[in-house]
Design a protein around this ligand. Structure first.
Ligand code: FCB
Length: 457
């Protein structure tokens, strides 16, 4: 189904098509109007952490180009924008006095969206922890969860009257495991004990954040964004299937089960429970508050086999080979069926509310040639995955919206600016934006929404 208008027919008329970004990846202006450093600013300054020692000082200069970028979003034909709020702009020291100028920026952003008829989907935490809080231990400290609650309250009191939805966290898997166990993201820890503390205090912060949202802006639909993994065993052998189940508990269960069932997975607790921080009375109730929606970020499946070595630590798996030979420029396997399968599996295991795909997209690094960017592989990726999303709707799952990652090329964390995910190309020398071929295709799809026809797929 190459024609975006035909593909559009498979979605109900009130389906939300949007684009997504995150503060640290696009804003730049890292010292403007009272903002102080986040753990990512510090990480970028440490040799060997981020490709080319790239940093977020300028990024896409979005902070200074807000109105033009909002026009760009409108021109992309989408009905919604998912963005994140930078905690270090609001509380430059994490705690202490609020910085009104930081709030003013997001006021302008939200008002600018409203003036253009674009819905606002805000994320409170997309990884830019105020660096000052690292002095207390960052996410390994319980106090950080309470600092987050205060920040959440402040943001919701100011913006809550104009937000269409809010998420507490983006991908806690990354800010917990990737940041504290695998050492790839800030603060670059490789320590299971640190990671287990970050896990519980992040989950606690999610719950405290939900409380803050409910008290300040109960009308705003609230939830969390998870990069749930489609875990696939590398073979049909029993030990690989058992490995995949352990991996599911470790990579998905430690988030889904506390939020939806008020407990950590049994297999995980049996293996690592004695190294968890103290779970205080009431914590699991705080964490398992009812959510109105949840967001799924999906890019690629996770294939695993059993790790037979005697000193292997839970979940004791090793990566298994890709099945598809289509791989994006960042090295991720393209396998659209896993998106449909993942949604089906998660709704079988858990009682989940409405779903938005809050990120999906592909890394291809084509440059501008003769004023255009021919990124056909990205267009193909979007077409296949949006078809997979339509299949999930046909199968009856409550999928309400889809956000492309990303509006524009931006700071791709440890990969710096060399990995491009945008529907719009950014020239980092001139800050010129050029809509790519995939961007034009997505615009033609998104422009079909919303419309009066609310029939199903
Ligand atoms: C996700 C992040 C997002 C972006 C994409 C490629 O894990 O949420 O910020 O970097 O990956």
């Amino acid at each position: 189904m190459r024609d975006p208008k035909l593909l559009a027919e498979r979605f109900p008329g009130d389906f939300v098509f949007g684009v997504a970004t995150a503060a640290f990846q696009i804003e730049g202006a890292s010292k403007a109007d009272g903002r102080k450093a986040s753990i990512w600013d510090a990480f970028c300054n440490m040799p060997g952490r981020v490709f080319g020692r790239h940093n977020g000082d300028v990024a896409c200069d979005h902070y200074n180009r807000l109105e033009d970028d909002l026009d760009l979003i409108r021109d992309m034909g989408v009905s919604a924008y998912r963005f994140s709020i930078a905690w270090p702009r609001i509380y430059p020291d994490g705690i202490g006095p609020v910085n009104e100028k930081g709030l003013d920026f997001y006021d302008r952003l939200v008002d600018g969206c409203k003036a253009r008829g674009i819905k606002t989907y805000a994320t409170l935490y997309h990884w830019d922890l105020p660096l000052a809080l690292a002095g207390d231990g960052g996410w390994t400290a319980r106090s950080t969860a309470y600092a987050f609650q205060r920040y959440a309250r402040t943001v919701m009191a100011r913006l809550g009257d104009r937000l269409d939805a809010v998420a507490t966290f983006n991908e806690p898997w990354c800010s917990v495991w990737l940041s504290h166990l695998y050492g790839v993201h800030a603060p670059g820890e490789r320590n299971m004990d640190a990671a287990l503390h970050a896990l519980h205090y992040t989950n606690l912060a999610h719950g405290l954040g939900m409380e803050a949202i409910r008290s300040e802006a109960p009308q705003v639909p609230a939830g969390i964004v998870l990069n749930a993994h489609r875990v696939v065993p590398g073979s049909r052998r029993a030990e690989d299937r058992a490995a995949a189940e352990r991996a599911f508990a470790f990579h998905n269960g430690v988030f889904f089960e506390p939020y939806l069932k008020g407990a950590y997975p049994e297999s995980f607790m049996a293996a690592l429970g004695d190294r968890m921080p103290v779970i205080e009375a009431g914590d699991m109730e705080t964490i398992s508050q009812k959510m109105d929606w949840w967001g799924l970020n999906y890019y690629t499946p996770m294939r695993v086999s059993n790790d037979p070595s005697p000193d292997a630590v839970f979940p004791a798996t090793v990566p298994a080979p890709f099945v598809s030979d289509v791989v994006t420029d960042i090295g991720w396997e393209v396998y659209p069926q896993a998106l449909t399968d993942l949604i089906a599996d998660l709704y079988t295991r858990y009682e989940l509310p409405d779903l938005y795909i809050t990120e999906n997209g592909a890394c291809y690094n084509m440059e501008v040639e003769n004023g255009a960017v021919n990124d056909q592989p990205r267009l193909d990726y979007y077409r296949q995955h949006i078809e997979a999303a339509a299949n999930a709707i046909s199968a009856g799952y409550p999928l309400k919206g889809y956000f492309a990652w990303s509006l524009m090329d931006n700071f791709e964390w440890a990969e710096g600016y060399r990995m491009r995910f945008g529907l719009v190309h950014v020239n980092y020398e001139t800050q010129v934006r050029t809509i790519k071929k995939s961007g034009e295709w997505y615009r033609d799809l998104a422009r079909q929404f919303p419309h009066g026809n609310h029939r199903g797929a």
